[in-house]
Design a protein around this ligand. Structure first.
Ligand code: AMP
Ligand code: SF4
Length: 448
């Protein structure tokens, strides 16, 4: 999932479309935009599909207005469907607001019950609707205080952009789990889940939104508020490992540089006797380059990706996922035949992808396949909105290294350590590594 906001920018809807296009890798199930037009009316358009498909409908790009927000949506069985595509627009006597969010509240169930007891109805299963209801629930204080109070009731990993007629509020959870960055475009401002969107727009990166910070953007410029004194800085390590684009920087660390450094260190941690290093496109390539550089084993293009297939994991059912792995990758026979390979991928979740790739490479004639994973063994589920699946489905939740190696039919298997990942940020960020080490930065409520 991704969020994006544009303030004080001519044809904001068009800029938001470009922003979402750059954030498309964070979710392909749906996309939406909400813009306040020059008459102070909130105009909202949401649809299922890629941003390009959604924005082609209904002349969305023609909506006039200098302030708006947008979002791309990730397929998630519990929270899927058009109803849950954001931004959501809420009408109220004090003025319309629109909200888009990413991540997951771990106390959503408790908050929903609390709000239902107060007479609220829910149309969606989004955290944005919970936030909207908490803000509007009661009280006559200024909006920023109501937002702060609402956020203090919410626990989890999230980022939100809230749009009012004359303001955008950009919010990052107090643990800093989700990334959110602030940029300047001409006289206006942009906020984005990832900095790669700024490059496309020609916006200048200003800074990351801090954990627990609410950045208010309006005609006074930007103002900073913090909703909690409790703060940690535990960015989701999977952002660096898999989710984010290599040209994005998160909390001062470039994603490609992180992956390459993990790959270098992985070569020291898990050496292999082999002829070539092959990276799994796209998210294994940076780490494979690092592995090759450090080990001295030549980097080769042994796998080719069909560019017209969406990312495999973001397919809602296992049957579709299995088919899309086959459709996505093919081996370059003349490169791999008769060779001992180090195969570098970013992560193993269920193990489906890796097993298929190993088989593919053997069918193309590879004599040995030594799998090296540029992240630690994934043993625990994520409760912060990254769909790494249930504990039962994770390949390594109850398997040791030898068993996992057998399951993916590799000649050997090695994983990067948590210490490797921490060191590879170069000290820029602390990391959430909960899906690897079980140390969740938040309490877990009924999820435990
Ligand atoms: P699997 O077949 O379940 O082991 O899928 C592992 C592959 O999915 C990895 O090679 C990653 O490229 C990708 N992946 C890992 N984590 C995620 C995630 N949270 N969302 C989408 N894709 C992921
Ligand atoms: Fe990211 Fe894993 Fe932490 Fe979830 S548990 S936020 S996927 S590092």
């Amino acid at each position: 999932m991704s969020v994006f906001g544009a303030y004080g920018i001519e044809n904001a809807a068009q800029m938001i479309y470009l922003g979402l296009h750059a954030l498309q890798h964070r979710g392909q199930e749906g996309a939406g935009v909400a813009v306040f037009d020059d008459n102070g009316r909130c105009r909202n358009h949401r649809g299922l599909g890629l941003a390009g498909e959604v924005f082609a409908q209904g002349k969305v790009l023609d909506i006039p207005g200098r302030i708006g927000i947008g979002s791309t949506q990730y397929a998630n069985i519990a929270k899927g469907g058009l109803d849950n595509v954001q931004p959501l627009c809420f009408h109220h006597k004090t003025g319309d607001i629109a909200i888009a969010g990413e991540g997951n509240l771990i106390n959503a169930e408790q908050l929903t019950e609390f709000l239902e007891d107060k007479g609220c109805f829910f149309h969606t299963s989004t955290d944005s609707e919970i936030l909207a209801n908490l803000i509007k629930k009661e009280g006559v204080e200024e909006r920023i205080f109501r937002i702060k109070n609402a956020l203090n009731m919410m626990d989890g990993g999230f980022s939100f952009v809230i749009l009012t007629r004359n303001r955008i509020y950009a919010i990052r959870d107090k643990y800093g789990i989700k990334p959110l960055a602030l940029g300047k475009l001409g006289d206006g401002w942009v906020v984005s889940s990832e900095t790669c969107a700024f490059q496309l727009l020609g916006a200048e990166f200003i800074r990351d939104v801090e954990p627990g910070e609410i950045v208010t953007i309006d005609d006074h410029g930007i103002r900073s508020n913090h909703y909690s004194d409790f703060k940690k800085h535990k960015v989701c390590s999977m952002e660096y490992i898999y989710i984010a684009r290599p040209d994005s920087d998160i909390d001062g660390c470039n994603v490609h540089n992180f992956r390459k450094e993990v790959g270098r260190r992985l070569a020291d941690e898990c050496p292999a006797d082999a002829d070539i290093v092959v990276g799994v496109p796209d998210s294994g390539l940076s780490a494979a380059m690092g592995y090759a550089e450090r080990s001295g084993i030549p980097f080769e293009t042994g796998l080719i990706k069909n560019r017209y297939i969406a990312r495999t994991f973001i397919q809602p059912s296992q049957t579709m996922r299995e088919k899309s792995v086959q459709m996505k990758l093919s081996a370059v026979q003349s490169v791999v035949a008769g060779k001992r390979l180090v195969l570098v991928d970013d992560s193993i979740v269920r193990g489906t992808t890796c097993l298929k790739i190993v088989k593919l490479l053997r069918a193309a004639g590879a004599s040995e396949v030594h799998v090296r994973i540029a992240s630690p063994m994934m043993k625990h589920p994520c409760f912060y909105g990254v769909d790494t699946s249930t504990k039962e489905e994770l390949l390594c939740s109850d398997r040791n290294l030898e068993e996992a190696c057998r399951m993916i039919e590799a000649d050997s298997l090695g994983y990067a350590s948590c210490a490797n990942c921490v060191a590879s940020t170069g000290g820029c960020s602390e990391l959430c590594l909960a899906c690897f080490n079980g140390e969740y930065p938040t309490s877990l409520y009924e999820n435990e």
